[in-house]
Ligand binder design. Structure first.
Ligand SMILES: Cc1ncc(COP(=O)(O)O)c(C=O)c1O
Length: 445
């Protein structure tokens, strides 16, 4: 049952009110009867959703916020701080700075410059905007990098090139080297957890090339960043994550694996001196304090202080430490994905994609051709949804599925095991899935 924790919100609100008890009493005119009516209508309108909060939803990257994040966000909405400036969000700006410092420490940076923002796209935009001011040249990212990088470069009018990826969806270092020989590359974007596959680019090899070619490295850890805390990454993947300290900027999305509601991305820079690129005049803000206002180091102006409050509270309850409860959740995500991958490998009607590095699994239907397998995947996706199993589709290069060399791309099924509940529900999901597959295939014949 959703919402069983609301009593705690009421208690916390009473405590919040204590802080403002010296102000004259005031009341808001609210038509409670109408409020109730519209709220119930709103709940009904929200039925038209996939059940993102339920373990039967394991399609796209969607993870429900932790109850502490949800409650802290709702609590802070009664103040509704704006973290653009300390003028608008005193407590929440301090909370944001504390979160940034702790996320930095997770990657091995004691004093990074950074801030929260609306999401991975905005965070990557700022990182590429800064790196372009630091160095001239093109920006490159792997074919499997999020499409946002190409689009951002379009917006910023920076030349962009995609580097081919290998048969497990990681940037091909040899192909990167060829481009570095021919072009002036300012920044290499490494993706630590790609959107389609959760594959992790070979940061160690890219750092070696950096010695020779002297580019900046930006790590898009929007999806995968928190996995740096997991204790069951494959050794080679773990080694790549442990090198993140060496890169110039990092993006991580607390609204993906950090248990936050949407509207919570984060960008970090190793060298705080890059703050100079953000310098701007502001005739209306920054009056209330000599300390750094977050708007002085971010491109967005008004921003929800509530996002910082929710993240701060979550990190109090679930600190970013290896071996802690938060890191154990991530380790479970990985082991659940590996179990699902093994199940698919042994299932008669499917061709498994690469072994998952994180918690995303892709697989294709067994068929005569890529075209036929793609049609089956699309039909199965729709059929499974009708049976309350919610998966996702992804178009991938067939280099990941050598059996299907008859085409360049194939449409596959994709699942993200992001929820802590997925582990204990996996056997039940497998049983349900097997039944849905049997029914689907018998309908096909
Ligand atoms: C690796 C990666 N980078 C960037 C993004 C874009 O982030 P957002 O959707 O928060 O803007 C995503 C989203 O899935 C992602 O997976």
């Amino acid at each position: 049952m959703m919402g069983s924790d609301l009593g705690i919100l009421e208690e916390a609100l009473t405590k919040l009110n204590v802080g403002f008890a010296k102000l004259p009493a005031f009341s808001q005119d609210i038509d409670l009867e109408n409020l109730r009516k519209v709220m119930l209508e709103t709940a009904t309108a929200m039925h038209n959703n996939y059940p993102y909060h339920h373990p039967n939803y394991f399609g796209q990257m969607l993870k429900p916020p932790h109850p502490i994040a949800r409650l802290a966000y709702m609590l802070s909405l009664y103040i509704n701080p704006n973290n653009h400036a300390i003028d608008g969000g005193r407590a929440s700006s301090a909370m944001e700075k504390e979160c940034i410092q702790k996320i930095g420490v997770m990657f091995g940076w004691e004093q990074p410059l950074g801030h929260l923002c609306s999401g991975g796209t905005m965070a990557n935009l700022e990182a590429l905007w800064v790196s372009h001011q630091r160095r001239d040249g093109i920006i490159v990212a792997s074919e499997q990098a999020h499409y946002t990088h190409r689009r951002i470069c379009g917006v910023l009018k920076i030349p962009f090139k995609a580097i081919g990826s290998n048969n497990v969806g990681c940037m091909d270092v040899e192909r990167l080297k060829i481009v570095l020989e021919k072009e002036k590359v300012s920044t290499v974007v490494v993706t630590m957890g790609t959107t389609a596959l959760g594959s992790v680019d070979p940061l160690i090899g890219i750092l070696e090339l950096q010695q020779q070619y002297g580019f900046l490295i930006h790590a898009d850890c929007a999806y995968g960043g928190y996995f740096t805390l997991a204790d069951n990454l494959e050794l080679n993947i773990d080694r790549q994550f442990q090198q993140l300290q060496q890169v110039d900027s990092i993006v991580i999305d607390p609204h993906k694996h950090g248990l936050q509601p949407y509207g919570c991305g984060c960008v970090l820079f190793k060298d705080p001196r890059v703050g100079k690129y953000y310098k701007h005049d502001s005739p209306y803000t920054y009056f209330s304090s000599e300390s750094l206002h977050l708007g002085e180091i971010s491109l967005e102006c008004s921003r929800p202080g509530s996002a910082a409050v929710a993240l701060w509270a979550t990190m109090k309850m679930l600190p970013l430490v290896r071996g802690g409860d938060f890191s154990k959740m991530l380790s479970k995500n990985i082991s659940t994905a590996i179990r699902w991958h093994q199940f698919i490998e042994n299932a008669p009607h499917f061709v498994a994609g690469p072994k998952p590095s994180l918690d995303i699994v892709v697989w294709a239907f067994e068929a005569e051709s890529a075209q036929e397998a793609s049609v089956l995947a699309q039909a199965f996706f729709k059929y499974a949804e009708q049976q309350h199993l919610y998966l996702a589709l992804v178009k991938l290069p067939t280099v990941l599925f050598p059996k299907y060399a008859d085409s360049e791309v194939i449409t596959c099924l994709r699942t993200c095991f992001m929820k802590p509940e997925h582990e204990k529900n996996l056997d039940q999901l497998i049983d349900q899935f097997n039944k849905v597959v049997d029914d689907f295939l018998s309908n096909q014949n």
